[in-house]
Write a protein that binds this ligand. Sequence first.
Ligand SMILES: [Fe+2]
Ligand SMILES: [Fe+2]
Length: 367
Amino acid sequence: MAVTIGTSERSDGSALDTLYDELAASNFVPVWKYAPKLAGREPGPKYRPYLWQWKTLEPFLMRARDLVDSASGGERRAINQTHPELQSTYSATHTLATAVQLVRAGEIAPAHRHTASAIRFILQGGGQEVFTAVEGERFRMEDNDLILTPHWTWHHHVNPSARDIIWLDGLDFPIVNFLRNSFFEDYPGAEAPTTRAQDHTAHRVGIVRPSWDRLERKDVIRYPWADTWATLNSLRDEPGSPYDGVAVEYANPHDSGPTLPTMGCGVQLLRGSEQTRAHRATSSTVYVVLSGEGRTVVDGEQLDWSEKDIFVVPPWSWHEHENETKGDAVLFSITDKPLLDILGLYREEPLSEGHQDVTSIFRPGSS
Ligand SMILES: [Fe+2]
Ligand SMILES: [Fe+2]
């Protein structure tokens, strides 16, 4: 009768130890010994949630504003959020990187391109004259707009206004670097040429489009906040998601799929005093607080947040949100779910008890 491999070790130990030593010396690994490490029963290695407070970040950004210009290496005056448990990847989650970038009044952040894809969410925008140029088209940058920079597209940022502009960058470079597929190129000159008319893409993403000129997935898309907010606000009397409140996703008009193949974006409205139920998913998410005050409990750890704070929910972590005010709280988020969907890996489940016990309070700055 056949027996199951690895249920017991047959020798007295010393011969087996010798085998293990000699395998290791020749760069082999006995799978029967290390199988749980090679194929974990649950997603891992785990890491904790984390939160970066705006009140800590903003003074650093203002110091960089005064100390850094393009001559001192500041092609991009951006401060990256690095999770202390993920320092080797300079990232907020294991797949997503975020940074807060400032372009001073009168400045140009010069053109370049890279294989990492990016999204920009505008925290402090400018008027008509402020723009980001992507692949030859100019896109206005107004408060809370979302602008995509698909991979390997030339992009630069121009701020001729009298006020600084600030936005959140979201990038997939942890994925690109994991795949060892990073390329980066500077444009020969500060600004890449404008090759498309104003609103070229805007006239191709609606429900009426030119019949002879089809949108491509790589075409850049700007999601004006006025449209996003109108949709979100119109849904406020609907029940919403039990886990996310009134939550909307940004769809790519090319195929109604996610904003980018590696990153999805969303906004959620938590109505006054709304508390969601806990669930968990295999995706990781970075949140930015657009307005309001509240808390998110992640695996029993309470993260208290207020406007412009940035926080992270790691994969397979129970999480629930609560708006602790009577007014609205609004969260913007970036998730790696699209990549997991492509791979067929995405999974989520609700917490049957509905809510978690709070076992610790996150202290900003703690690792
Ligand atoms: Fe860039
Ligand atoms: Fe969630």
